[in-house]
Every structure is written in structure tokens, then in C-alpha cells.
Design a protein around this ligand. Structure first.
Ligand code: ZN
Length: 272
């Protein structure tokens, strides 16, 4: 929406000048949104650094092959592409149950809470309460950068804003991502993966079977404990179709060693 000038009539039709009517409220909202996005950016970065602390190295060593169904292990962790490393760390921080029993993000909250600004605290709290697990969502419709998604298993609807739009994903296909609340909309936490129509296969049956093994779990507990199944499914489907399931096995991989991969290598060195 085009904003009126200070002395123009307000868009709400009150007949007042904009500066006397909705301008102060609009400015406050814009500032809130800026602060929110800044806090989210800080937390994303700080989470990643926290996840790489030495005390989590043993968990990292267990979690990595578990998530990748052994296609990545400590021995070749540095060969993850940047997108793979981001997806892995996102899952490791927010879905993976550490050997001590909790989530890394919860430990982060306990230890860092006092150091965070009030906006950072708000954002963190909202993420911990409302962000789902890394999960599967069916694309039901789209409009430029707005994607209309439906939870693949539970059926809830979401509108996600994605600057890159739907990319190559067609309606009815499945996007693998974590949805996080960002001020007034949902976003993907990191670059999403997707399942083409003919690779969705028996995914729903697999998830329903997993559900039957933990009938007492809440929806979010269930999602966190089983989000790796979605990754394993996607990897198996890629292999079945003759595609390299991970960047490491792609003979034509375009990317070179990135900063993120160097950090993975540091974690590995600390463990050695
Ligand atoms: Zn107004």
C-alpha cells in the first residue's frame, strides 16, 4: 500500500490529515517489525554458534549420521553443502533430543535468557512455543511470494512468505521445511527441500505407522521425534530415481568448501 504524505488525508477515510491519524501507529508498527527481524537475525546466528560449542560435540557426532541415515558421518561432515549444513543444524538445535534429554534450544534459553534484549526474548519465546518441527507441507496454492501450505499429516493450513516463491514445486507436491513465525507472517527457517509428486509414495503410511508407536505423544513431540523420517524418505526416493541423495555423492557438485563447512570441520577436530 502506498503511504500518504504527512499532510495528505489518511487512508482510513477519517478525513483527518495522515500525521494526525494513522501515521504514529504505522510508524510504531514499522519499528516493531524492524526490531523483530533484527532480533530474529541475531538469534539465528547465535543459535548456530551455540550449537557448535564443544560440549555438544558428542551429540553432534551421534545426531549427524542419524539425520542423514549414515550418508554423512563425522568422517565426511565437512562435505555437506551449505544448504545441507543449515538444514542439519536447524534440526539439531530445535528437534533433536540431546543425550541429556532436552533440546539444544531449551538449554540456550536457560543459559542466555538474561543476556537477551526484551525483543530477543519475545522472538525466542514465540519460536519455542509456535515454530513446528522440520516437517512436510503440501503446496495447495501460491500467489507470487505467498505459498499456501497444508500440513502433510495433520492438515492445518499455513500461509508462508517466501521471497523466492514456489521455485520448481508444483501444487500437490510436498515441501520439507520448518515454519517459523516472523512478526506477522510465517517463513521457512532455512532453505526448504521438496518431494516431487512421484516421490511422495508411501510417506503418509510411514508417518502413520510411527504415530502408532507413540500414541501418548503431543503433536509437536511426535513431529520432533520423527522429522528425520522425512529426510530418510527423501534420500531413499532420490536413490531410487538414480539421483545423488546428498551433495557429497554428486560428481558434478557445483559448490566449493564454504565457511559453514569449515566450522563443521572445527567441531570434528575438537572431538578427535
Ligand atoms: Zn487514519
Amino acid at each position: 500500500m502506498e503511504k500518504p504524505g504527512r499532510n495528505d488525508p489518511c487512508y482510513c477515510g477519517s478525513g483527518q490529515k495522515y500525521k494526525k491519524c494513522h501515521m504514529p501507529l504505522d510508524q510504531q508498527k514499522e519499528k516493531e517489525k524492524r526490531d523483530w527481524l533484527q532480533a530474529a537475525h541475531f538469534l539465528n546466528r547465535d543459535f548456530m554458534l551455540f550449537a557448535r560449542e564443544e560440549r555438544f560435540a558428542a551429540d553432534f557426532a551421534t545426531a549427524l549420521p542419524f539425520y542423514w541415515n549414515k550418508l554423512y558421518t563425522l568422517d565426511n561432515a565437512e562435505e555437506m553443502s551449505q544448504a545441507e549444513a543449515l538444514r542439519f543444524f536447524d534440526w539439531f538445535a530445535l528437534d533433536y533430543t540431546l543425550a541429556t534429554g532436552g533440546l539444544l534450544a531449551e538449554i540456550y534459553r536457560q543459559e542466555k535468557w538474561e543476556d537477551l534484549s526484551s525483543v530477543q526474548q519475545q522472538v525466542l519465546e514465540k519460536w519455542l512455543q509456535e515454530a513446528g518441527a522440520s516437517w512436510a507441507y503440501t503446496l495447495t496454492d501460491y500467489d507470487a511470494d505467498k505459498l499456501y501450505l497444508q500440513d502433510f499429516l495433520f492438515g492445518e493450513s499455513f500461509v508462508v512468505e517466501e521471497p523466492g516463491g514456489r521455485g520448481v514445486v508444483e501444487i500437490g507436491e510436498v515441501i520439507l521445511a520448518r515454519l517459523v513465525p516472523m512478526y506477522d507472517h510465517w517463513e521457512f527457517s532455512t532453505s526448504a527441500a521438496y518431494l516431487p509428486a512421484d516421490e511422495i509414495a508411501d510417506l503418509k503410511e510411514k508417518l502413520i505407522a510411527a504415530q502408532e508407536t507413540m500414541p501418548q505423544a503431543t503433536q509437536i513431540e511426535f513431529m520432533r521425534r520423527n522429522s528425520h523420517l522425512l529426510v530418510h524418505h527423501a534420500l531413499a526416493q532420490a536413490q531410487r530415481k538414480g539421483r545423488p541423495p546428498v551433495a557429497r555423492l554428486d560428481p558434478d557438485r557445483p559448490d566449493k568448501m564454504t565457511q559453514k563447512q569449515k566450522i563443521v570441520r572445527q567441531v570434528k577436530r575438537r572431538l578427535a
